[in-house]
Design a protein around this ligand. Structure first.
Ligand code: ADP
Ligand code: MG
Length: 696
């Protein structure tokens, strides 16, 4: 197997190795310059690359190519064009030019743009992101691209991400220069831990709620939930194991460095973690991973659920965003061994802490989706309050710096940072707190709020830009200083002092934290409609415009798109519930009640005066729930109508949150109670216990 992995790894990717081998050396050199220093790609060079790429792709069986991009829906889009070019004598040749490689023009009229672009002038173009390798999938050469309008507005998730990476790089290089390090480029790195559920395909197919919305909208809890925690890191079911093997193989071919896989806490929940990569590549790879997971699961009789909350009563799924900054041979969030390295580390740490504190609202908006709303603040995922966990050791260092007192941790550190060094932070001592939304884990930060189905681009765009902003302010201040060392120590000290409130090492799930956070003045934006408007606040627009990442108009349109998506998803859920209840649950309950009533009549006819207490009680109870369902249906219908009648995207989203969600819960509650007392052969939907505890 080992040899096999090495043989298949990256075989479907037009990677560095293939380029070096196949491109003429001058072409290779100019492409490398583009890759490493972001220089524009010359059309002559593009022509050569395109022709070599086409030949390579055809050897992999490709007949078509596509500009693969990420519209605001978050999922990837592709439109396939064949290489075919008729030559006029009835024959054809296979063609692919540099122009076609670097630029495409999808008909973009139906992608959401939040009013940015009238549909009649849907002129957008896609541009190759050469830092993310092209690859062959399903006989199609896929070229990772960014998607912009002709007037330069970003219409996708990748464009702002690339802009934010470049902004961070510029500012981080300035700061590193002050520390005597000359580097051209600082990359942000990302390792995305992906959680998901696998259910039997036959169960999935029998539930319209799973098919249409990705989560169960009805379902009485299983007698056994996750309380025994036996599933965590348990043995994989054979079908699951076979799924993972096939997936490993397909992802390795695509050069996706998937490394860890294990069972998660909830029954039939699992997790994958790849080795980290530059952020834009890691995101492309995460999107491909999700796509392949969905595609491959049915080969094994399974369906992969990426929704944040497929089942009530057991944990939901997140996607931990492990993030750091790296220069060649240097992880900027690694404390290092020498006092100067420590000081550099503390400076970058201070930038992150200050940034997260000042832009907690903006960071929160990036995780505000309908699906994720079920997780945040519930007793399984981080709270909706953003805080930073640094671990006890680092907290003691920060406290000591802040108060100017002696640090008395495991390794002594003098406050002038002159001789002693920071203790080495072992992962074990820093990674115990699982309740923190933003945790320092030894040499990186782990943002745990993102939902499992999310595209991580928005999150990293914000993170990068926020840190770029702080680094810029630091560099502006420090470049002016006469004596660098005392100036940077003073700066670090001041930042730790001013932003102490965002650091919290305690239990994020505890109610006491909510009260404490409020006292500290931290935001607690519980719902998506409450959080999303912050996206386009004055302060956040100023930030994004300062670094040319997004404009005011773009931010406003993105806020609008997010609100609309929230409402649309809830609308689909509500309508699906109405349908399932009317067409399947009500008839089932009626059949059950008819049979129960008939049983009473039959018993009494056969044996006058016989006790029918049990049947009568059951019938009465079921009739009560049936009334509840009927009332619930009416109320939900009315709530949806009321929400749809609101006049702004925000008001609609608020109504969905306040009214529709509550009505959905009431309807579900009545139905779940009915399910609990209804005979199995009547109930039209596979039960929670059959879905969560399958054997195969
Ligand atoms: P855990 O969080 O479960 O303890 P790991 O230590 O394996 O697990 O890390 C989780 C993820 O963090 C992996 O995807 C890993 O590649 C990623 N990671 C590790 N170092 C960095 C880094 N410097 N930058 C970004 N991600 C990183
Ligand atoms: Mg983790």
């Amino acid at each position: 197997m080992a040899a096999n992995v090495m043989e298949i790894y990256g075989t479907k990717v037009f990677n560095e190795h293939v380029m070096r081998e196949r491109l003429p050396s001058a072409t290779y050199k100019s492409l490398k310059a583009t890759l490493e220093r972001g220089q524009p790609l010359d059309i002559e060079v593009a022509n050569v690359v395109a022709s070599v790429m086409k030949r390579w792709a055809m050897e992999q069986g490709a007949t078509h190519y596509t500009h693969w991009f990420q519209p605001l829906t978050g999922i990837t889009s592709e439109k396939h064009d064949s290489f075919l070019s008729p030559v006029g004598d009835g024959t054809a040749i296979m063609e692919f030019s540099g122009k076609e490689l670097v630029r495409g023009e999808p008909d973009a009229s139906s992608f959401p743009s939040g009013g940015l672009r009238a549909t009649c002038e849907a002129r957008g173009y896609t541009a190759w992101d050469p830092t993310s390798y092209a690859f062959v999938k399903d006989d199609v050469l896929c070229i990772p691209t960014a998607f912009c309008s002709y007037t330069g507005e970003a219409l996708d998730k990748k464009t702002p991400l690339l802009r934010s990476m470049s902004a961070l790089s510029t500012q981080a290089c300035r700061v590193l220069k002050l520390f005597g390090k000359d580097v051209d480029y600082v990359n942000t790195t990302l390792g995305a831990e992906q959680e998901f559920f696998l259910v039997k395909k036959e169960d999935y197919d029998a539930r319209e709620d799973l098919v249409l919305t990705g989560r169960t909208l009805f379902g009485s809890s299983s007698a056994k939930g996750q309380e025994l925690e036996e599933h965590y890191f348990g043995t994989l079911r054979p079908a699951v194991s076979a799924f993972m093997k096939e997936l490993d193989e397909e992802l390795w071919k695509l050069g996706i460095p998937l490394r860890t896989k294990h069972n998660e806490v909830a029954p039939c929940q699992h997790e994958f973690a790849p080795i980290f990569e530059p952020t834009n590549v890691a995101i492309d790879h995460n999107l491909l991973t999700m796509e392949m997971m969905k595609k491959i699961a049915p080969h094994h009789g399974l369906v992969c659920l990426l929704h944040e909350k497929p089942f009530e009563g057991v944990n939901g799924s997140g996607k931990h965003n492990n993030w750091s900054m790296s220069a060649p041979k240097m992880n900027l969030l690694d404390p290092g061994d020498t006092p100067m390295e420590n000081l550099q580390f503390l400076t970058f740490l201070a930038a992150v802490i200050k940034g997260v504190d000042e832009y907690q609202d903006l960071l929160r908006t990036t995780t505000a989706t309908a699906g994720n709303e079920h997780r945040l603040g519930a007793n399984e995922a981080p709270p909706a309050i953003i805080s930073v966990y640094v671990g006890d050791e680092l907290a003691a260092v920060i406290d000591a710096i802040d108060t100017g007192s002696e640090y008395t941790g495991p390794v002594k550190m003098k406050m002038d940072l002159g001789v002693d060094v920071l203790p080495k932070f072992s992962k074990d001592s820093t990674d115990r707190n699982r309740t923190s939304p933003f945790a320092f884990t030894g040499n990186k930060f782990e943002f745990r709020m993102p939902g499992s189905s999310q595209n991580l681009a928005d999150i990293n765009t914000v993170l990068n830009t926020v840190v770029a902003k702080e680094l810029k302010d630091f560099a502006d201040e420090l470049e002016k200083a006469e004596d660098f060392e005392p100036a940077v120590i003073a700066l670090v000290k001041r930042v730790f002092h001013d932003h102490r409130r965002i650091i919290f090492n305690g239990d994020g799930y505890a109610h006491a934290w909510e009260e404490e956070a409020e006292k500290r003045g931290l935001l607690n934006l519980k719902s998506a409609p409450e959080a999303l408007p912050y996206m386009a606040s004055k302060k956040n627009i100023a930030l994004m415009e300062e670094f040319g990442v997004l404009t005011k108009t773009e931010l406003e349109s993105r806020c609008e798109v997010s609100l609309e998506q929230y409402s649309k998803l809830l609308h689909i859920e509500a309508v699906t519930m109405l349908e399932i209840a009317r067409k399947r649950i009500v008839p089932a309950i009626n059949a059950f009640m008819t049979d129960t009533a008939a049983a009473i009549t039959a018993k009494q006819a056969a044996c006058p005066g016989i006790s029918c207490r049990a049947e009568t009680k059951l019938l009465q109870e079921m009739s009560l729930y049936s009334d509840g369902i009927s009332d619930g249906l009416e109320a939900l219908n009315a709530a949806v109508e009321e929400a749809e009648a609101q006049s702004s995207a925000l008001a609609i989203a608020q109504a969905y949150h306040d009214k529709v969600k509550a009505a959905m819960e009431a309807l579900r509650s009545a139905s779940d109670k009915a399910e609990a007392i209804c005979g199995d052969e009547y109930w039209p939907l596979p039960s929670y216990s059959s879905m969560l505890y399958y054997t195969m």
